[in-house]
Design a protein. Structure first.
Lengths: 518, 524
């Protein structure tokens, strides 16, 4: 049977074709508030600890819904730019042991960018990170006619590498590309004109994954990016709160110097540095157009490492540089930074929601005593409207695999939270650009144990109270959690190359990725 | 499966044969139910009387006139009358296929038709002597021509004929059930939300159609007004609650199930969230207008009925909202079509399996709540109630199905006492007057057989009154909510027929009068 929608949208444009259905968003906010009110105030609390946990979880969910609505309320803003404006640019390609062929492609594309005054540099960190191919980068630079800055004194990871290059270069604008992010020829033509406004500190462009059709994981990773680089970044652009993402961006050297260079104290140096720039009064711009194309992590280990780095960095930002208490940020910027960083707290909420039915199965304890179907009558419109609002605002690019991977990563977020709370040391790890093969099912062991615990719990509850309405309802919630965890478990299994995606999906995705767009 | 999908006529024929066979072999032999008995009673009169009774009963007369003609042509039995509803139901199956094909594609149409053919809810009403399958058929046809208004925008001729047929089906629909206005309301809202997809001139066509509907309804409205009285003889509906709301959806999908089964279905509601999550997929252009339309039809009609019931008068019942069923099934079809191929296949298979299973349960389970075994109750009374007994029915309107089957000697009366041929509505239950009504109903009878069903809020009062005043000697449950109690009214030994005749002959009067005057015995 054919599906209703046989054609996929253009992957480089669809996520940027955002919508702001204000009536829908307002309705969503109202229904969310009603749901919260009914859940918290209408029903009799059950177990006080579980009730408190549930209320905390719902407050967090409400925060996420409201900040999302606030962000995407208007995604049409475009910052002014002067096409006649030109300034000299230093193009930095950060390298730390990536394959030479991959770097070569990026270097050549950087050289091919149209701009009257640019210099391209390979920022070679291979020596300090003890990569075997560090000399190859110098040879590559010589061959391609660009300069190579090889760091000999370690420190500060990627941020240190950039700061080192800042000391050795002088152009007023700096462009940063990760080794795998291949720019389009018009990258500078589209981004530099924003700097005609002397208050613009940095311009960020989307981080497109050209290998999104490679497997189930790259697809999920890209679909997560789509929501962020689509409606969220476009909404943040309106609020002068664009998040600096570390690659495919242009920075004003003066602004970087004003904040002491790239922040070396955080593993998400970009996020924090951007916040510091905003603090100093510099503006940010998000240019909603794919101008460079990179690679998504192709294996589960790389994916989880990347997720951990983002989670740990953003949670560190909350605990060490809490945007709410930093002077110099506007109200909108405080809210936006906090909402972005606090996304990585959602792991705790996923855990809470998953574990409540398990607690019922084993003990019979419930957070609220519910009679009738009133909760259902308010919850279903709330959740459906929220999903539909996300779908509408993201031009229907938000998908179940991306949602499930994000929610399934709750273990990673909890680990990051634990590390951030205890201020454990962690190091910057470059996301590998080649697939690491192996079986990573151990990374999903918590999810698998959850399923086993749930199955046994159902037996316990059945023995205790038979097939009661409460048992059936909690069983349904367990099934819900398991349905969310399955894509995460699936991604942790060794990939079957041809079967990583279902055949029609893969054919469609590959066709689009490789035939139509390349 | 794909080979079958290439031949919709074969699959549709199979579906029609399945639904028809199921009806002929299983459903149609069931006992007459209250609503059906009312339809038979109403259509056993002259057309003018039918119009009057239907008007008083807060309904519209198209179905009743059709049933009147049908019975004239084919006979007046229960099975024959049920065939008319079955005919409309069977016609609805290919009609829904056509609607699904027009809205999406032939595969979607076939799947929706399959859901419709095995639906326990639709199969139930496919065999009920009421207007619901006619109503559903007209809803499907009307929606077909409504969607054609924007789908066939390029073909002027077909657009014009489509608009005319839209108007015709709307008029007939309004004469099949008052709730058809919910369909038109949904279409109006949809037009104003998505008017950009309609070709120019559609608003004019729609307004013209709606005006024609209003004009066509005027005579009936005037007639109802001129009668000046509403006498709803249907059971009192409960004020809606969140449970009733979700029960309606549960019934649309899983039919009428016993409470414990229904509770399981309702408790599984978080599965609906999973189904929505799975539908999150990339797609061009978002949700199709057709899906939006079906969603709006389901939600708006349900919400309006719920709101009216909360604010004015309880009218929320799943059978009135049968208009939402075709849209709901097409909506389910649409959601499943968004899933990845394997998940979609699984979801479709699971949906068909669950519906088939619940159909079997509904059909064979004695605890199916809508089963009304008045036939067996009446046969039992025929066999056991003697001439000196009285049969008391409550609620009063349950007299229709009982008298259809009852062939015994005991008189039948209702509690509260009701003369359905007299002017005015069914009298209410008034506790102070009740003992007097009991006295009047039982007179000199020996035993009272009290058949309680369709609780109108006073069933328990009646049972308690008899339990505290008389001796209960028997109790029997015929179907869920249909209970018979036997009470002994008096302890004096009744005279034998021979003795009675002898006394009457010698005294020249009747025995009860003699007993009352001479022996001082009271009948209770």
């Amino acid at each position: 049977m054919n599906n209703q929608y046989d054609e996929l949208p253009d992957p480089k444009k669809a996520f940027l074709n955002t919508d702001s259905p204000r009536g829908l968003l307002a309705l969503n906010a109202i229904i969310a508030a009603i749901y919260f009110y009914v859940l918290v105030f209408h029903f009799t609390p059950g177990n006080p600890i579980l009730f408190t946990l549930l209320v905390i979880g719902q407050i967090f969910n409400l925060w996420q819904v409201f900040t999302f609505i606030y962000t995407v309320w208007d995604t049409s803003y475009e910052a002014p730019r002067n096409p006649a404006y030109h300034a000299a640019v230093d193009v930095f390609i950060t390298v730390a042991g990536e394959p030479t062929a991959l770097v070569r492609e990026t270097v050549r594309a950087a050289v091919a960018m149209r701009h009257p005054a640019k210099r391209v540099y390979i920022l070679n960190d291979g020596y300090v990170t003890k990569k075997e191919n560090w000399r190859d980068m110098e040879a590559l630079a010589a061959l391609e006619g660009v300069q190579c800055i090889t760091r000999t004194v370690p420190g500060g990871a990627k941020a240190g590498n950039i700061n080192n290059a800042l000391r050795l270069t002088s152009s007023p604008l700096v462009v940063i590309f990760d080794a795998d992010h291949v720019p389009h020829p018009d990258f500078l033509e589209k981004t530099v004109p924003y700097f005609a406004d002397p208050k613009v500190g940095f311009v960020q462009t989307p981080q497109f994954y050209k290998n999104f059709a490679q497997n189930y994981l790259t697809q999920g990773a890209w679909e997560q990016q789509e929501l962020f680089f689509g409606p969220i970044c476009k909404g943040k652009n309106r609020l002068n709160s664009t998040i600096m993402c570390g690659t495919n961006m242009v920075l004003r050297r003066e602004a970087l110097f004003a904040v002491g260079g790239m922040c070396t104290e955080s593993i998400t140096e970009d996020f924090v540095t951007g916040m510091f720039m905003h603090e100093k009064g510099y503006k940010s711009v998000y240019h909603g157009e794919v101008l460079a194309e990179g690679l998504a992590p192709e294996d589960f280990l790389s994916y989880t490492r990347q997720q951990f780095r983002w989670a740990r960095g953003c949670l560190d930002a909350i605990f060490r540089y809490n945007p709410i208490f930093r002077s110099g940020l506007t109200f909108a910027q405080r809210i936006q930074y906090l909402s972005s960083a606090s996304f990585f707290l959602s792991g705790s909420i996923v855990l809470m929601h998953s574990i409540l039915p398990i607690i019922f199965l084993y003990t019979g304890a419930v957070p609220v005593i519910i009679s009738g179907m009133l909760l259902t009558a308010v919850f279903l419109p709330y959740i459906f409207l929220t999903l539909y609002a996300i779908q509408r605002s993201s031009n229907f690019t938000f998908t179940f695999p991306s949602l499930a991977l994000a929610m399934g990563a709750f273990t990673i977020q909890l680990k990051a939270l634990y590390g951030a709370l205890l201020r454990q040391k962690t190091s910057f790890t470059v996301t590998p650009k080649e697939a690491v093969t192996g079986n990573f099912v151990r990374l999903a062991s918590v999810h698998i144990i959850y399923i086993a615990v749930a199955v046994f719990g159902v037996l316990v509850a059945f023995a205790r109270e038979g097939l009661s309405a409460s048992l059936v309802n909690n069983l349904a919630w367990v099934i819900f959690s398991v349905a969310i965890f399955i894509p995460f478990i699936r991604a942790s299994l060794p990939p079957k190359k041809a079967a990583a995606l279902s055949v029609p999906e893969k054919e469609r995705a590959e066709k689009q990725a490789y035939e139509r767009h390349f | 499966m794909s080979a079958i999908f290439k031949s919709p006529p074969i699959l549709l024929t199979a579906l029609v044969i399945f639904a028809g066979g199921l009806s002929l072999f299983f459903f149609s032999s069931q006992s007459l139910r209250l609503d059906e008995a009312q339809s038979l009673w109403q259509t056993s009169r002259a057309p003018v009387d039918i119009a009057t009774i239907v008007a008083k009963d807060v309904h519209v007369p198209l179905y009743h006139f059709l049933l009147y003609g049908w019975r004239l042509l084919f006979g007046g039995g229960v099975e024959t009358a049920r065939m008319l509803s079955l005919l409309f139901y069977l016609l609805s199956i290919p009609a829904l296929y056509a609607l699904g094909k027009l809205a999406y594609n032939k595969e979607a149409g076939l799947f929706a038709a399959a859901l419709f053919a095995i639906s326990p809810f639709m199969n139930w009403y496919g065999n009920e002597i009421r207007m619901y399958t006619l109503f559903t058929l007209l809803v499907i046809l009307n929606q077909y021509f409504f969607i054609k208004l924007w789908k066939s925008a390029r073909h002027t001729d077909s657009a014009s004929s489509g608009a005319a047929l839209y108007a015709v089906t709307a008029i007939l629909g309004m004469y099949s059930h008052y709730f058809f206005f919910l369909v038109l309301a949904g279409q109006a809202v949809f037009y104003f939300l998505r008017r950009q997809i309609f070709p120019r001139g559609t608003l004019r066509k729609l307004i013209t159609s709606w005006m024609l509907v209003a004009l066509a309804l005027l005579p009936w409205g005037y007639y109802v007004y001129s009668i000046g009285e509403v006498q709803n003889q249907e059971p009192l509906l409960q004020a809606p609650t969140s449970i009733i709301l979700f029960n309606a959806f549960s019934q649309f999908l899983f039919g009428f199930q016993a409470d414990h089964i229904n509770t399981v279905f309702l408790s599984l509601w978080p599965i609906a969230v999973i189904l929505a999550f799975l539908a999150l997929r990339k797609r061009h252009g978002g949700i199709s207008p057709e899906t939006e339309y079906f969603f709006l039809t389901v939600m708006l009609s349900t919400a309006l009925a719920f709101g009216i019931s909360l604010t004015f008068h309880p009218v929320f019942t799943s059978r009135y909202l049968i208009l939402a069923v075709p849209s709901l099934y097409l909506l389910v079809t649409s959601v499943f079509s968004l899933y990845p191929e394997r998940a979609a296949r699984f979801a479709r298979g699971a949906a068909l399996f669950v519906m088939a299973a619940t159909l079997i349960i509904e059909l064979f389970s004695p605890t199916t709540p809508v089963k009304e075994n008045y036939r067996e109750a009446a046969q039992y009374l025929t066999a056991h109630a003697g001439g000196a007994d009285v049969i008391l029915l409550s609620a009063p309107f349950t007299i229709y199905p009982i008298e259809y089957y009852y062939r015994g000697a005991a008189p039948i009366r209702t509690l509260p006492l009701w003369n359905r041929y007299a002017f005015g509505p069914i009298p209410p239950f008034i506790p102070d007057k009740f003992p007097g009504e009991v006295a009047q109903a039982t007179q000199a009878n020996q035993n009272a057989w009290i058949l309680l069903s369709y609780d109108q809020g006073y069933q328990e009062d009646i049972r308690l009154y008899f339990d505290t005043h008389y001796q209960r000697t028997d109790e029997r449950v015929f179907s869920p909510g249909l209970t018979l109690y036997k009470y002994k009214l008096r302890y004096d030994t009744p005279l034998s027929e021979r003795s009675k005749k002898s006394i009457e002959k010698s005294l020249g009067g009747d025995v009860p009068k003699f007993a009352e005057q001479i022996l001082g015995l009271r009948t209770f």
